[in-house]
Write a protein that binds this ligand. Structure first.
Ligand SMILES: O=c1[nH]cnc2c1ncn2[C@@H]1O[C@H](CO)[C@@H](O)[C@H]1O
Length: 341
């Protein structure tokens, strides 16, 4: 039997919670920063960049995140970033990823919506041909920009309707950004066939998760870790099979949890809540999806078979047609069988 990190590295996986700009590799950040030298606080040097990505708290994280968003100036930047993100995911044996993209931020900074959507779509198709990875989009509202951003995100989603778009989300801060105000936008997105995947319960308590379920029709929850504080909510999530997209190192690095040992992942799993393991903004948090699987294995005390079960749970939680889910699950089972044999 191979060791666990090697097993994880070769395990076919799906990634359901990873942000587009937040996945920019140090090389891409450096390339963009160098192109816009002197006009950005983002350092091009990898060591300085690692220090730049040390976050005091969640608000500081969002501030830094937006400074990296500022580096994305045109559709060529968008294409490069997207293609590179897909390359890195495919390298980790990710077969399918739902990438959270924030069109409002880019359109607001001067990239026209059609050009933005063409760039991500072209990169998606090229990545599928080049690396064999399937990408889908979640368009999220950046919560800090409020209802005008909700309106614009919905308009872009419905007017452009890129082929890869499958879901509608809500990111950014939760404090001062109550979920219920976004109900009309989620209603319209859902009526148009998009799935509902808001962030909730990352930096605020369980009530935000209830709001996301009741008002936004959430079918999965981004993070949702504060559900661990509410037994009734845990029972509800378990009973209705509503998955939480858990990103342990992200929670540590934004200081949503004080230490990995205090992360509620095990409580969530023990309560029967479906969870997927995800990387969120991997280079910003100094992690990878493979590392997150290793962290989860440690927190849950899993062997290879247990880790394969996590990978299957993510497939289950994906917005994929059943035949695709069966195929991916069979691939995971086959890999486990051959690795164990
Ligand atoms: O962990 C996270 N929680 C919430 N939003 C995030 C996270 N990582 C990246 N974003 C991104 O922050 C931007 C500002 O709202 C959005 O683009 C959102 O996608």
């Amino acid at each position: 039997m191979i060791d666990l990190p090697t097993f994880i590295a070769g395990l076919p996986k799906v990634e359901l919670h990873v942000h587009h700009v937040g996945s920019a590799s140090p090389r891409i950040v450096a390339e963009l920063a160098a192109r816009h030298e002197g006009r950005s606080p983002v350092p091009a040097d990898p060591e300085a960049l690692a220090r730049y990505f040390e976050f005091r708290d969640f608000a500081h994280f969002i501030e830094i995140y937006l400074s990296v968003v500022d580096l994305v100036r045109d559709d060529t930047d968008v294409w490069l970033l997207t293609h590179e993100v897909a390359r890195e995911l495919a390298r980790q044996q990710v077969r399918y990823a739902e990438l959270t993209v924030t069109p409002f931020s880019h359109v607001h900074r001067g990239i026209p919506a059609p050009a933005f959507c063409e760039a991500i779509e072209d990169a998606r198709r090229r990545a599928e041909a080049d690396f064999g990875i399937v990408l889908r989009w979640c368009f999220d509202i950046p919560g800090e920009a409020g209802l005008p951003a909700a309106e614009e995100t919905l308009r872009i989603a419905l007017d452009q309707r890129p082929d890869g778009l499958i879901s509608f989300g809500l990111g950014g801060p939760e404090i001062g950004v109550p979920r219920p105000q976004f109900k009309p936008y989620f209603d319209q997105a859902r009526a148009a066939g998009l799935r509902s995947v808001p962030h909730a319960g990352e930096t605020t308590g369980p009530q935000t998760v209830w709001d996301a379920l009741r008002d936004l029709g959430a079918e999965r929850i981004g993070h949702g870790i504060s559900a661990a504080q509410d037994p009734e909510l845990l029972a509800h999530l378990a009973e209705h099979r509503i998955p939480l997209e858990v990103c342990p190192t992200s929670n540590l690095r934004t200081r949503a949890v004080p230490s990995l040992e205090e992360h509620p992942l095990k409580q969530l799993v023990d309560a029967g809540v479906p969870v997927s393991i995800n990387s969120d903004d991997p280079p910003m948090f100094g992690t990878t999806l493979n590392d997150e699987y290793a962290v989860a294995a440690r927190l849950l005390g899993l062997d290879a078979a247990g880790v394969a079960e996590l990978a299957r749970a993510a497939v289950d939680a994906a917005f994929l047609p059943d035949p695709d889910k069966r195929r991916l699950t069979a691939e995971i089972d086959g890999y486990l069988g051959s690795a164990a044999g």
